[in-house]
Design a protein around this ligand. Sequence first.
Ligand SMILES: Cc1ncc(COP(=O)(O)O)c(C=O)c1O
Length: 412
Amino acid sequence: MTNWKKRSPQEIQERIKAALKQNRSFYEEPILGMPASYLDSRIFPKDSPILKGAPFLQTLINNPNHIGCHTLTQSEETFKGTQEIERDLLEIVACDIFKAEKGKFDGYVASGGTEANIQAVWIYREYYKQEFKAKHEEIVILCSEDTHYSLSKASNLLAIDIRRIPVDPENRNMDMKGISLVLKESMAAGKKYIIFNCNMMTTMFGSVDNLDLVVSELKKTGLEYKIHLDCAYGGFFYPFSKPDSNLNFEHQAVTSITVDAHKMVQAPYGTGIFLIRKGFIDYTHNHDASYVKGEDYTLIGSRSGANAIAVWMILNTYGKYGWQEKSFILKRRTDWLCEKLDELGIDYYRNSFSNIVAIKAPFITKEIAEKYYLVPDNHHKPKWYKLIVMDHVDLEQLEPLLGDLSGVSETV
Ligand SMILES: Cc1ncc(COP(=O)(O)O)c(C=O)c1O
């Protein structure tokens, strides 16, 4: 870990001020050829007092466009100051959290986890087509049945099949037999190229896939495979609660990672992060983007530079150790909740390194689900309700829930 330091509010402000100065400003310089401007000044005046000491809001009204992929090419000069901060941010996430080597990855701040997952599948589809002359019907996305639905969006949009591997209903793990069976069925259906999505904390359960098991089953097939890690939810939590996790770029089988800052980092929406080993994002190089300096490689196109600034500010305010502490507190709170659920005899699933707790539906009445906004796995036929121990979910909030649950547990 090298880049990720704790910085004072003043240091942060100065860095962003300097970055905005390096950008060309719609307020002060001629920018005549762009279909964009500063935010409408009647609604967002430049001299508004709320902008004072608020570098994220200052960036927002300056409205820099971060179109393109800045780890790869020299993109639009106009916004080079804030693009540099995006590069810093990506380096913190790729190198300090996911153990990539400096300069050996590409990435960008996407609209969210959905886009980042689709970007991964898009790159691998193009890789197989360009390198192996693969046909769409020969490529398949494989993932556990607990995988986020963005992978089925990717399948639909990119016209390649998806197959889901069953998980044990209690421990939520894929086992060797299940993986092997789906691999055999895929081969029998003519699939030769695999895009495997592994999860670091699934949406509903917070379960984590066994990457080594997946790799060993994939190797047995002799097929070409690429592994993407969906860490959209877990990426800013699990590497801290389980520092010896091998779900990162040190694992040679991992090629790309999705991680969302608008979940555990409490950044504004629009802060998904996509990371991939160098040499792969080139497969989605769009040469038709000729009016964009450096052209484009991303699914999104135009995107706000303020999003990268928001995440950079949060991570640099905490620093590496501050973030470890924050995760530690949330994990301990979740431990506490689970101890109380055990005392009440309530059945639930929790990965011991996660802050998601999925409680079995018979213990949750409709009133409790509504009162505490517990989220079901399926709104029509719920089997589980989850709660997530986020920053605002403290013991004050958990105590009344436990009180209500104790009434129900006696009747189940
Ligand atoms: C594991 C996982 N992947 C992907 C996503 C999609 O993220 P977004 O809603 O930011 O597109 C989610 C959202 O909850 C998720 O939990």
